[in-house]
Design a protein around this ligand. Structure first.
Ligand code: FHN
Length: 425
């Protein structure tokens, strides 16, 4: 199977919502009076909860406050372009109506609704692309899945192959058949899967929905794009199509005692960190067992969205900084004929950019379109030396991040990429 799906929507999206929601929202990080310092969705494994005991959470799972439209609207208002939600995490519980496994939210809980169906509709209405997280390798409920060594101490490759054939592939078929067009399948933790099996899953997805992307964590570098590590911020611009991802507090799945919410300013800076390296930012929220996204998350998402409505040009459909250089004042993203300087800190009365060969047409502040900044340029061909000096108004508080927009005078950006490097041979 060789078809290459259109990656443009993904490469241009830059910002998406990750949602970890499952039975683990009930213990919410605490089991038998012990709170876990680990991420909430790993509680079953961290406390080695027997699968049939963990499964009893299903009897209590009744998230009556769940409102898919609220989630879709929250993502849209935050300026996010796609949403990836856990259809099945490592605990093996399916968060949708599955004919393949009765261990699912419709058949095993008093809730009886299929949230993915409602979310698919809400995302369609909000113009958000939908993706499903699916744990293909770890499944702590199934004897053949990996990760549960307390109920199933012995594992065999045959049992794993059987689990792939009898649960994973048929469930993927359900997910890719019953919910309309799916933007991507977010596979995760390829710990035991072989290269052949990863390829088989990718081909399986594509055979059902040819345009559906497959995440880097399908395993063996077979994804359509690369995934960074959890909360990992790359030190330099990356080649190819990448996705970065992070928690809004310290967990993916809901934990009642985790209140380490990152500030709005921090979230915007992380967005800048990722965009300046040429990667998307999939920002996670962990709804609680009533179905609500915690209010501190909603507030922050709203604030990020407010900022993006003014500064989105520096984010969507942009490319990485042309320079592998960390500027002390912030970060850079680029458009076709524009360069965006993300001021994390006010750099003083003058800011210098070296290596931009183009004459500059004008320099503005995205949040203050009426303000045009004074600048001067020095251009030499031999040596290839170009210095742009931007004069800034008095020291300002950068609230939460200020974006300067440099427009080139001749419709393109011509860059000396070695301007900041020491090795220029
Ligand atoms: O084990 C999972 C974890 O629970 C969470 O889903 C994250 C999100 O990237 N992925 C795995 C760890 O990297």
């Amino acid at each position: 199977m060789n078809n290459v799906p259109d990656m443009r929507w993904f490469a241009e999206a830059r910002f998406g919502m990750f949602v970890h929601w499952g039975l683990y929202a009930i213990p919410a990080g605490t089991w038998n009076g012990l709170d876990t310092p680990w991420v909430g969705e790993w509680i079953m494994r961290k406390f080695k909860i027997p699968r049939l005991e963990y499964a009893k959470f299903a009897e209590k799972f009744n998230p009556v406050d769940f409102n898919a439209r609220e989630w879709g609207d929250a993502a849209k208002e935050a300026g996010m372009k796609y949403m990836v939600i856990t259809a099945k995490h490592h605990d093996g519980f399916s968060m949708y109506r599955s004919r393949v496994s009765a261990y699912n939210i419709v058949d095993a809980t008093p809730f009886k609704r299929d949230p993915l169906e409602e979310i698919a509709e809400a995302c369609r209405e909000a113009g958000i692309r939908l993706g499903f997280y699916y744990s293909q390798d770890q499944d702590w409920y199934e004897p053949g899945g990996s990760g549960n060594d307390w109920d199933f101490p012995t594992k065999t490759p045959e049992a794993f192959a059987n689990y792939l054939a009898s649960k994973v592939k048929p469930q993927l078929k359900e997910l890719l058949t019953n919910y309309g067009p799916i933007g991507l399948i977010w596979f995760d933790t390829p710990v035991t899967i072989t290269a052949e099996q990863s390829k088989e899953l990718k081909d399986w997805v594509r055979a059902i929905q040819p345009d559906c992307l497959v995440s880097g964590r399908v395993g063996h570098s077979l994804g359509d794009y690369e995934s960074l590590g959890d909360n990992q911020i790359p030190g330099m611009p990356l080649n190819g199509v990448w996705e970065g991802l992070g928690t809004i507090n310290g967990t993916w799945g809901y934990k009642a005692h985790d209140r380490q919410w990152k500030s709005t300013r921090k979230l915007i800076r992380i967005l800048g960190e990722f965009a300046s390296k040429g990667t998307n930012y999939l920002l996670n929220v962990g709804p609680d067992a009533t179905g609500k996204i915690p209010p501190p998350c909603v507030r922050r998402l709203r604030e990020v969205g407010k900022w993006l409505r003014v500064n989105g040009d520096a984010v969507y459909a942009t490319s990485a900084s042309p320079w592998n250089h960390e500027f002390p004042w912030g970060r850079i993203t680029t458009g076709k004929d524009k360069m965006y300087l993300w001021l994390f800190d006010w750099p003083g009365r003058e800011l210098f950019i070296y290596g931009l060969r183009n004459p500059v047409k004008e320099i503005g502040i995205l949040a203050a379109p009426e303000t045009k900044l004074d600048f001067s340029e020095q251009h030499l061909n031999h040596p290839d030396y170009h210095k742009l000096t931007i004069r800034l108004p008095d020291r300002r508080r950068v609230k939460p991040v200020t974006i300067l927009e440099i427009k080139s005078a001749n419709g393109k950006l011509d860059i000396n990429q070695r301007a900041y490097g020491s090795a220029d041979f």
